[in-house]
Design a protein around this ligand. Structure first.
Ligand code: ATP
Length: 366
């Protein structure tokens, strides 16, 4: 595989002096689905717009398909962008919306027709070619916006929150369509979203950003199982990870929670926490790795605790138990066939799945 898009030490400082993106580095392989994720204002759209050529790059290099593109005009970069608001021409039919960018590039009309029909076929838009955008549903408009990008046959598709104007159900459907589209086109996608579920379901790799800095670049599974720092741990996954404050005992045998409950460390944890004996750390667990069934409780005696239950949310297959350990909030995700009818319930962690974070650097200890 070869890298299609390379960003090397890319920075963006806006004319008012605001530094929006710091030292962004990534090599995107051909056919990858990269999702830029992070909270509002973290710099993900700015990064996408720098790749598109809609924002100037303040320093660093952007290489698309082997060519340095910092100073190449947007129309001459091998990219096509799909915007959040679709940016369709209201007075043009679906067909002409898709054909337009090729017409202004003076592509041969026979070729234009072939490309539009092919894109319309891929997207299931053939029955709608003579309609105007206002005669389409949100999902159909979104498909036309994708069609306009597909006809360009770009090296890279750039998508800026393309599903955020759709309702929850349609977003789910369109997520699936986008995944299939990516597979069919075998093209490189760079996709911006603040929705971590979209990131987890769509991406081959996710880039999580905060305050202009890349926090972690990893596959969805790596990001879910091994978040690099407390921010990523809290951002990826629903519900977010549980964090517990406490310290490692002097012999490095236990994590002692601030409530006084002790959790026995695994051999691996004892090894990696050697330098933390007697020091404060944060222990983190996914809600999925808290168990309340008898078999787990007898297997994990060294990590037993009680949850003071505030309330329970029924989610079909699962219950979310909201409660606390001592003064700290905790959320557990358990099978809904396990009945929860007490104010206090016995629970345990799967210590193998527990992470520890350094309080000062906020990084995962490994
Ligand atoms: P959102 O999800 O809200 O779109 P984002 O992560 O895409 O957020 P950006 O649009 O990339 O964020 O903006 C990053 C930061 O840069 C923000 O703090 C924003 O206010 C700032 N910013 C964006 N455009 C400009 C500009 N033209 N001049 C100065 N600052 C800007």
């Amino acid at each position: 595989m070869s890298a299609d898009v390379i960003l090397k030490d890319v920075n963006k400082v806006y004319p008012n002096g605001f530094h929006a993106v710091y030292d962004f580095n990534i090599e995107i392989e051909k056919g990858e689905f990269i999702v830029l994720a992070g909270p509002s204002g973290c710099g993900k759209s700015t990064t996408l717009r720098m790749i598109a050529g809609l924002e100037e790059i303040s320093s660093g290099d952007l290489i698309i398909n082997g060519k340095r593109c910092n100073d190449v005009a947007p129309k001459d970069r091998d990219i096509a962008m799909v915007f959040q608001n679709y940016a369709l021409y209201a007075h043009m039919t679906v067909y002409h919306n898709m054909a337009f960018s090729l017409t202004i590039r003076k592509v041969d009309p026979v070729e234009i027709h072939a490309r539009v029909m092919k894109a319309a076929d891929i997207l299931g838009l053939i029955p709608y070619l003579n309609r105007k955008p206002k005669q389409l549903s949100g999902g159909q408009r979104q498909r036309v916006a994708c069609g306009r990008a597909i006809v360009r046959d770009p090296v890279v598709f750039l998508l800026d929150e393309p599903l955020s104007n759709l309702d929850a159900k349609l977003r789910g459907t369109m997520r699936k369509e986008l995944m299939q589209l990516h597979e069919r086109l075998n093209a490189t996608f760079v996709y911006v979203t603040h929705d971590q579920i979209e990131a987890l379901t769509l991406a081959s790799r996710i880039v999580v950003m905060k305050d202009g800095y890349v926090q972690q670049i990893a596959t969805p599974k790596e990001m879910f199982d091994k978040p690099e720092n407390l921010f990523v741990a809290g951002f990826i996954g629903t519900p977010p990870m549980n964090f517990a404050n406490g310290s490692i005992d002097l012999n490095c045998e236990y994590f002692e929670h601030i409530s006084g409950i002790k959790f026995k460390l695994t051999n691996h944890q004892k090894e990696i926490l050697q330098n933390y004996a007697g020091k404060s750390v944060i222990m983190a667990s996914r809600a999925e790795y808290i168990f309340i069934d008898d078999a787990s409780l007898s297997k994990n005696k060294g990590s037993a605790f009680e949850i003071d239950v505030d309330y329970t949310e029924y989610l079909g297959a699962y219950n979310l138990i909201y409660g606390s350990i001592g003064d700290e909030k905790v959320i557990a995700k358990v099978y809904s066939r396990q009945t929860i009818n007490a104010d206090k319930i016995k629970a345990c962690f799967d210590m193998e799945k527990i992470h520890f974070f350094d309080i000062e650097t906020t990084k995962r200890i490994r």
